[in-house]
Design a protein. Sequence first.
Length: 401
Amino acid sequence: MRIGVDLRSLEGGAQHRGIGRYVTELLHALSKIDTKNEYVFFLSHHTSKAPKLALADTLAHSFQHGRGQGLRGVKYVRIIFITPRPLAIDRYKLDVFFHVDIQQPIRARTTPVVSVVYDLIPYIYEDLYQHVHLGGYTPGHLIGYSRMRIKWRVQKRWLQNYRNDARIISISEHTKKDLLKFLPGLTPKKIVSIPLAAGSLPAVNKAAKASMAKLKLKDFFFYVGGADPRKGLVDLARSFEEVWQEFPDAQLVLAGKEVTRSDVPEAVKLTQVVSKLSRPEQVFLLGFISDEELAWLYHNAKAFVFPSRYEGFGLPVLEAMQAGCPVITYDNSSLPEVAAGSAVTLPDGSSMVPAMCDILRNGRLREQLIKKGYSQARQFTWQRTAEETLSVLEAAAKEGA
């Protein structure tokens, strides 16, 4: 069986972002269990660099470059094109095509397609994510505004493409329910929920220990992830005034490349809020951190706090539990699927202060959460994800034969 896999989302340094990490880990696991099928990895054009994939030597695979972007790649001309050139996949005689990102358009009439849906956050929070500020009346601002408005309309149409797929893989049961809500009439049996897994973190090296030692962290809570209103970081930072009433030495560490960016409105607001706290020196905004530093923070934090109001899966929760860090999160969206009684799961939007204080005063509670977290994390493996994904691909290919 020839399986086509869309790697266009891994180009341009995107391999280590959300979709890129998912595809990289999945292919690594698939390469260890699949010795009978041939994989064709698709890139945009002949100048695209193949991403670094840790594949087993036994995996039969090759790379295929698309036809390039044509006028879409010409300076000044490409501004009139809203989307990339669609990848025509029927000509490659594939048994099935694995489409990992619907923002990378394809054209398929005879080839069975299996697509992945991660979340529908831009559609659920349309006012937040699809609202485009004009910014000004210069030609550049007007063009940018017009392009973004059109792009969102195109993305709404792309959502309908899931109807044409042979199978759809959702990364959680909650995401499956969301898709059925937004696409009424879609056959539920076409959608298969296959959870993700957390990749293993590297050992903490001397450089990570040295950089963390400079912060002089002791009794601290930790968050890593994005910085948008949905993540709840501003309210979390403000709530520390209550924590300090009982534990004046408690600290908060917020990490993630968006956390310190001046072009992210919520990050700017977060910085302003922290500066006005009574103990701003006890809140650390770290921005990007290495995997070794991430491992150190998980290993040493009193707990991982994840005040997100919505997640397609909530991988940081699983990553924290796997690293031996207690978790405090909410009971919304897909988070109960991941936490499953192994974390402090609070009513959506409620204060996390009581839970944080409980962990600070009760070492036994913390140890119990660590033990439960380890047990829960073992339920999620990339081997399981790979086996279930391969089964879906093979079923779609068989039906399309």
